[in-house]
Design a protein around this ligand. Structure first.
Ligand code: HEM
Length: 204
């Protein structure tokens, strides 16, 4: 059978791109605060003070959108036995040899683990970021809380940035047709059969 099928509704695409833009803003402003060598990155964001004021709010937005994604995708993102088999064969996915992989449902195990990384990473970033948002309100006697917040914030940022780089690389350069699906919503049946055969079976 030929033709195209809907992979992402308009609602899902809008939520996704709000998450995408919020994350890129957080990434660029966060890198500027991380190292004086990267401070020039605040220039396109309206300068240091503007970026410092908006960075925490972008974090609130990003976490809220991740919670929204959880609401709409929690069923699709649950890790199954099949995902564990898929995970063992992940090297074939990286080499784009999808036909040699255990069949995936709507999302494959890599996509699910990425989602959970961003979801829990977002929470850790928000919780530790709240401490750094108002440092003057944390008494000096609780300075270990500040140190812990910096450590957690940087570690969670590095983990989510790593996931983000892999996500963008896989979605744009490796899995052809994925990017069109998150922009226009549709994929061909051939694409669905090659990458998400169990999901195609459910749709037919
Ligand atoms: C801004 C750059 C981004 C690009 C270019 C991008 C690209 C894509 C693409 C192409 C897909 C469709 C994959 C498929 O169905 O095969 C997708 C799905 C998805 N994206 Fe993004 N994305 C970006 C940012 C983000 C961010 C920051 C998040 C954080 C939560 C995110 C979370 C997701 C999730 C959960 C899915 C569904 C499952 C998956 O494919 O991993 N994306 N994205």
């Amino acid at each position: 059978m030929s033709g195209r099928i809907l992979r992402y509704t308009l609602h899902e695409r809008l939520i996704h791109w709000v998450a995408g833009f919020a994350f890129v803003y957080l990434l660029v402003s966060g890198l500027a605060f991380y190292s004086p060598r990267l401070y020039w990155l605040v220039n396109p964001l309206g300068g240091g003070q503007t970026a410092r004021a908006w960075h925490p709010w972008a974090g609130v937005l990003f976490t809220a959108v991740c919670v929204w994604m959880y609401r709409i995708w929690r069923g699709d993102m649950a890790i199954s036995e099949q995902d564990r088999a898929w995970r063992k064969a992940i090297g074939r996915y990286v080499r784009n040899q999808d036909k040699d992989l255990p069949p995936a449902g709507r999302f494959n195990a890599g996509q699910k683990y990425f989602f959970w990384l961003m979801f829990w990473g977002g929470f850790l970033l928000l919780a530790s970021g709240a401490v750094l948002w108002f440092p003057e309100r944390i008494p000096w006697s609780l300075r270990s809380l500040r140190y812990a917040a910096v450590l957690i914030h940087v570690s969670a940022a590095l983990a989510t940035i790593g996931g983000f780089i892999i996500h963008v690389y896989m979605g744009t350069a490796v899995v052809r047709g994925g990017f069109t699906s998150i922009v226009r919503g549709e994929v061909t049946r051939e694409w669905a059969r090659a990458h998400h055969p169990l999901w195609l079976n459910e749709k037919e």
